[in-house]
Design a protein around this ligand. Structure first.
Ligand code: NAD
Length: 485
């Protein structure tokens, strides 16, 4: 592993510019994002336009032939050195991530560590040709070939992990990659681009920042071969529509409304300690946070009381508060959306187990909301039907297996789902009936660079990560050889 001294120093407090052709590239106009903990404006970043996109795409296209001609081992070598260089800069990146995403230190550190490990482990993946038939007459092989220029469109909640989680497989498979961060969190991406410029040949990894008009410039561009998008289901549909005109390949990682089903045989005290962070981590702003918690009626009251105690123990605070577990909502738009959901509490007379509508705090800065649990609301209420993407969630009562499966599946979302029981076989049987891209028994947060992640139904198309994700960055080719005329 490299130490900080092995790599040129990166300045994490100024000079945020696009990375095009391994050079810093400015734009005539700039914009600023907001620190969600303080509402202060952060550093200026480029406001990229069509000319910047055209330049980056043409550079990426020109770099593709030589990059794809390298072996997997050679490309993996670059990724390994990139992981080392990121690690050498981890403290600067962590500070920046805390500021741009409103992350408490534990969350920012965790994201960076997982993301670095992800790059290192992804570099070990290999796709082999599939030999389907090999007779005296003929041979049929299936091969997986890189596509060309890939673009990763990234949301604001996990700006480092979700960006690197696309970059690694894209370039390992032999594609060139352009990273488009969210306008709400562009800072770490630009610096990760600056680090990449020290490692990769020109045009392999580029980063462009802009406002909400930038994504559509990439989805419309004729020389972009593949879009890998992570974000909301609503935007995912627009991306799919836009990609249709040039028949781009695409992967969509979209929203979730994950159900978690708790049987009556669990150790309540143990399980609430696990479920608490899996439901409220990053203030509910994770696609795979538990968002609907179905608890068996026999233990419902005991479970709810214990769960409330766990959630009450979570300290809410800004990036600068080392004891905080939950930070603010990441941006004003999301804050207003989630506040609207909180305002339903009084209107719909939901029972509040802890938290509740935020009290107006004149002059207090930051998009903070109280962690809130709604006690057994009706199945058709907004808090059950919608993805809140904030620190508010329902706990619901169940008694019959068929009924709880029907309720858990009664949604357009299908990202993740979990079942908790001491009877593993029973739990696995139930988990197999859940319509989701990932199912877990006695967990909700197992992830690995070797295991694909993605959603069913409106939670996504295709998968990222693992061999499945790597093949998602490739065109499949059927290769026939006739040995005898
Ligand atoms: P979003 O859909 O608003 O934005 C995501 C990205 O798309 C941003 O970079 C944005 O600038 C860009 N964008 C916006 N309009 C575009 C368009 N028309 N064409 C191309 N790009 C466009 O999502 P968000 O609010 O940033 O993120 C929150 C959502 O992301 C939640 O629904 C969450 O569940 C989902 N998410 C999913 C996963 C997953 O892996 N499935 C992971 C994290 C977040």
């Amino acid at each position: 592993m490299g130490s900080a001294a092995d790599f040129p120093k990166i300045d994490f407090t100024s000079n945020f510019q696009n990375i095009i052709n391994n050079a810093l590239s400015s734009t005539p106009e700039t914009r600023q994002a907001v620190d969600p903990s303080t509402e202060e404006l952060l550093y200026h970043v480029p406001l990229s336009k069509q000319a910047d996109v055209d330049k980056a795409v043409s550079v990426a296209k020109a770099a593709f032939p030589a990059w794809k001609a390298l072996s997997y081992d050679e490309r993996a070598g670059y990724l390994g050195r990139y992981a080392d260089a990121i690690e050498a800069n981890v403290s600067g990146l962590q500070e920046l991530l805390m500021k741009e995403a409103g992350k408490p230190v534990s969350n920012a550190a965790g994201e960076l560590q997982f993301a670095i490990a992800h790059v290192r482990e992804t570099a070990k993946l290999r796709i082999e040709d599939d030999l389907i038939e090999d007779t005296e007459e003929r041979r049929a092989t299936v091969r997986y070939l890189p596509m060309g220029v890939g673009v990763g469109i990234i949301p604001w909640n996990y700006p480092v992990l979700l960006g690197l989680g696309k970059l690694g497989p894209a370039v390992l498979a032999g594609n060139t990659f352009i990273w488009k961060p969210s306008p709400f969190s562009p800072y770490t991406a630009l610096k990760l681009g600056e680090i990449a410029a020290q490692i990769f040949p020109p045009g392999i990894v580029q980063v462009l920042s802009g406002d909400e008009s930038l994504g559509p410039l990439f989805t419309a561009h004729p020389d972009v071969a593949k879009i890998s998008f992570t974000g909301s289901s609503a935007t995912g549909k627009k991306v799919m529509q836009a990609c249709a005109s040039t028949l781009k390949r695409l992967t969509l990682e979209l929203g979730g409304n994950d159900a978690s089903i708790i049987y009556d045989d669990v150790d309540v005290a143990q399980v609430v300690q696990k479920i608490g962070p899996m439901a409220f981590m990053h203030s509910g702003q994770i696609c795979m946070d538990i968002k609907r918690l179905y608890v068996h009626e026999k233990i419902y009251d005991e479970f709810l009381a214990a769960f409330v105690q766990v959630v009450k123990s979570f300290k809410v605070g800004g990036g600068g508060d080392p004891e905080a577990f939950l930070g603010p909502v990441q941006n004003r738009m999301q804050f207003e959306k989630v506040k609207d959901l909180y305002s339903e509490i009084g209107k719909q007379k939901w029972q509040v187990a802890t938290g509740g509508e935020p009290v107006a705090c004149d002059g207090k800065k930051g998009f903070f909301l109280p962690p809130t649990i709604i006690d057994n609301p009706p199945d058709d209420s907004r808090i059950v039907v919608e993805e809140p993407f904030g620190p508010i969630m329902p706990v619901l009562k169940w008694s019959d297996e068929d009924e709880v499966v029907r309720r858990a599946n009664n949604t357009n979302m299908g990202l993740g789902a979990s079942v908790w029981s001491n009877d593993i076989e029973k739990a696995e049987r139930l988990a197999r009936r859940l319509e989701a891209g990932s199912t877990w028994v006695n967990s909700h947060f197992e992830l690995s660079p070797y295991v694909p992640f993605g959603g069913h139904k409106w939670s996504g198309v295709g998968m990222d990560w693992g061999i499945v994700g790597l093949k998602g960055w490739c065109n499949t080719q059927a290769s026939w050889v006739r040995k005898k005329f």
